[in-house]
Design a protein around this ligand. Structure first.
Ligand SMILES: Cc1cn([C@H]2C[C@H](O)[C@@H](COP(=O)(O)OP(=O)(O)OP(=O)(O)O)O2)c(=O)[nH]c1=O
Length: 193
C-alpha cells in the first residue's frame, strides 16, 4: 500500500519517518493544489482544524490520482482565548502573536486525517503549552531568525522557540505537526502498518 503525505512540511515528513514510514516505502507528495484555509464563522477551532486535515488528505488523493493509496493530511493551529492563530502573514503579525502568547498558556490543536477514497478517518489532539514572559527584545530577536514565519502561533517548539516553553501538557509531536501515537493508530486502521 502506498502512503502519500499530502504536506509541504519537512517536519511532518520527519515525524512519519519516526513511525517507520521512510522512503522508499512511502511516496512523498507536496500538495500543489492549495486548499482554502479560511475559517468559517460557524465552526469551532476543533472543527476547523479537523476539516482542514480532511480537506488536505482529500485534495492530496485527487492530486495523486492513483490507487490503491492512503493519503495523509494534517493541520496545526494555536488557540488563545478562543482566538485561532495560524501562520503569521508577516513580521508584524508574528510580533503581535508572540506578545499575546507571552506569559500565558495556550492550546495547540493538531488534526490528522487519512483517506483511501472509500474511507476517511481523523484524530484531533490538543496540547497545552505554557510560555514564559517574553521581552520585546526576545520577540524581535526571535523574529529576526525567521523561524516563526512558517509556523502556527509564530513559534517552533523544536527550535529556538523551545526556549519560550515553560511547560507542556500533552503531545510534543502534535505541537511539531503530527501526533505520533494517533497517526500510527490511524495507519494501522487503514492497514498501512
Ligand atoms: C506550534 C508549532 C507549529 N509548528 C508548525 C507545524 C505546521 O507545519 C505549521 C502549521 O501550519 P499547517 O498549515 O498546519 O502546515 P504547513 O502549511 O506547514 O504544511 P502542510 O499544510 O503542507 O502540511 O506550524 C511547528 O513546527 N512547531 C510548533 O511548535
Amino acid at each position: 500500500m502506498t502512503l502519500v503525505l499530502a504536506s509541504a512540511s519537512p517536519r511532518r515528513r520527519e515525524l512519519l519517518a519516526q513511525i517507520g514510514m521512510a522512503d522508499p516505502e512511502f511516496r512523498f507528495e507536496v500538495l500543489a493544489a492549495d486548499i482554502d484555509e479560511s475559517h468559517q464563522a460557524s465552526e469551532t477551532a476543533a472543527q476547523f482544524v479537523q476539516r482542514l486535515a480532511v480537506e488536505k488528505a482529500q485534495a492530496g488523493l485527487a492530486l495523486y490520482g492513483q490507487s490503491p493509496a492512503v493519503v495523509l493530511g494534517s493541520d496545526t493551529i494555536v488557540v488563545l482565548d478562543g482566538q485561532i492563530l495560524g501562520k503569521p502573514v508577516d513580521e508584524a503579525d508574528a510580533e503581535q502573536m508572540l506578545q499575546q502568547l507571552s506569559g500565558r498558556e495556550h492550546s495547540v490543536m493538531t488534526a490528522v486525517a487519512v483517506t483511501d477514497g472509500a474511507k476517511t478517518l481523523a484524530s484531533l489532539v490538543e496540547t497545552k503549552v505554557q510560555f514564559c514572559g517574553l521581552t520585546q527584545q526576545d520577540i524581535l530577536a526571535y523574529i529576526a531568525t525567521q523561524e516563526p514565519m512558517d509556523k502556527a502561533g509564530a513559534y517552533g517548539i523544536q527550535g529556538l522557540g523551545g526556549c519560550f516553553v515553560e511547560a507542556i501538557q500533552g503531545s510534543y509531536s502534535a505541537v511539531v505537526g503530527l501526533p505520533l501515537v494517533e497517526t500510527k493508530a490511524l495507519l494501522r486502521k487503514m492497514q498501512v502498518l
